[in-house]
Write a protein that binds this ligand. Structure first.
Ligand code: 8DG
Length: 319
């Protein structure tokens, strides 16, 4: 088969749960779970296809679909491979009674439980895009552990849900001690803590939620260095490193610098157009980083980013 098949995929959210359906016996990947949707018909936009597919498959009338993520994927089938472009949208707007005119089995799944379901392998990037927040705070300067925790607490009160502990000046013992305290605060607010350390240190912090891998560590790795139940973020600056992030089965990437930034004054900013070009074919969510704040969120999302990551734009100044 030749050409890329455009597919519309819809994530319908209700009370923090997403609607998933089981693929039918007559379909490829029978029995695996997916989000409702399907191939675009001639002259259809992805949103038109979603409205039609949801009506046909679920009986629901849906609206207000917003872009979530889009990426190509090659499915291996017994009789060859097929390349699809997944155009993924999200909404909370649906009316009518959920039914199964085509015989699907449906379930409402909490976002945190999606990894326990047997979803299509192609859908991992969609699952992460659903689970990750739109702002990723990286810790900036602080005086001592108590000061760091006070600033963290302030940020958590402002609804920050994903935190990276970046503290290059701390030795191993001090770093691990701070991470172990921070993770308690994060979990108390329903947030996650990602540590920016070497793989060796990561293994000594079992309570933290994930590892942020520096771009300088990428070359030495040939496979994902941590377990599947932890999040792996990869810091990147170019197309080569982004490709490596995918190869290492990262859960998300950071691409920087999008704008000029005080913390890395010698780097040349990419700008939004280049950011979009470099990330559009990636099957994982990508945060934009470098000189950004929440004021840049709309622009970031419009260019296909998961959201913004920032030190100065999010880390509370002295309090
Ligand atoms: N509906 C849907 N399709 C998905 C998801 N993820 C994913 O890779 N796909 C792929 C599987 C199929 O190749 C294609 C959707 O095609 P379809 O639902 O209209 O038709 P189909 O399964 O009968 O097609 P086929 O693959 O069996 O030939 O997109 C998803 O979450 N939902």
């Amino acid at each position: 088969m030749s050409g890329v098949v455009p597919v519309a995929v819809g994530c319908l959210i209700r009370n923090g749960e997403v609607l998933i359906g089981q693929r039918l016996a007559r379909q490829s990947f029978a029995g695996e779970w997916e989000f409702p949707g399907g191939k675009l018909e001639a002259n259809e936009t992805p949103i038109e296809a979603l409205v039609r597919e949801f009506k046909e498959e679920t009986g629901l009338t849906t609206s207000d679909w917003q872009p979530l993520i889009s990426y190509p994927w090659t499915h291996q089938l017994p009789n060859g491979s097929v390349q699809v472009q997944l155009h993924v949208y999200i909404t909370e707007q649906a009316s009518g009674q959920l039914s199964a005119p085509e015989g699907h089995l449906f379930a409402w799944c909490p976002l945190s439980m999606l990894d326990q379901r047997h979803l299509l392998r192609a859908n991992k990037g969609i699952v992460r895009a659903l689970q990750l927040p739109s702002a990723y705070m990286i810790t900036g300067g602080f005086h001592d552990q108590q000061d760091a925790l006070s600033r963290l607490e302030e940020a958590l009160k402002q609804e920050v849900k994903l935190v990276q502990l970046r503290a290059k000046h701390l030795d191993k013992q001090a770093y691990i001690a701070l991470a172990n305290e921070m993770v308690k605060h994060c979990h108390g607010h329903g947030a996650k803590l990602i540590v920016n350390t070497s793989v060796a240190w990561f293994d000594e912090m079992p309570a933290v939620d994930g590892l942020q891998l520096a771009s300088s560590e990428l070359a030495a790795l040939t496979h994902r260095p941590i377990a599947a139940n932890k999040w792996l973020g990869v810091s990147t600056h170019n197309a080569f490193e982004l490709a490596k992030a995918t190869e290492l089965e990262a859960d998300f990437a950071l691409l920087s610098p999008v704008k000029a930034t005080q913390t890395h004054p010698d780097s040349t900013p990419l700008g939004w157009a280049k950011f979009e070009l470099m990330t559009q074919a990636l099957p994982i969510p990508v945060y934009a980083l470098g000189g950004l704040s929440l004021d840049d969120l709309l622009q970031a999302k419009a260019t296909g980013a998961q959201g913004i990551a920032a030190i100065n734009g999010l880390w509370p100044q002295a309090i």
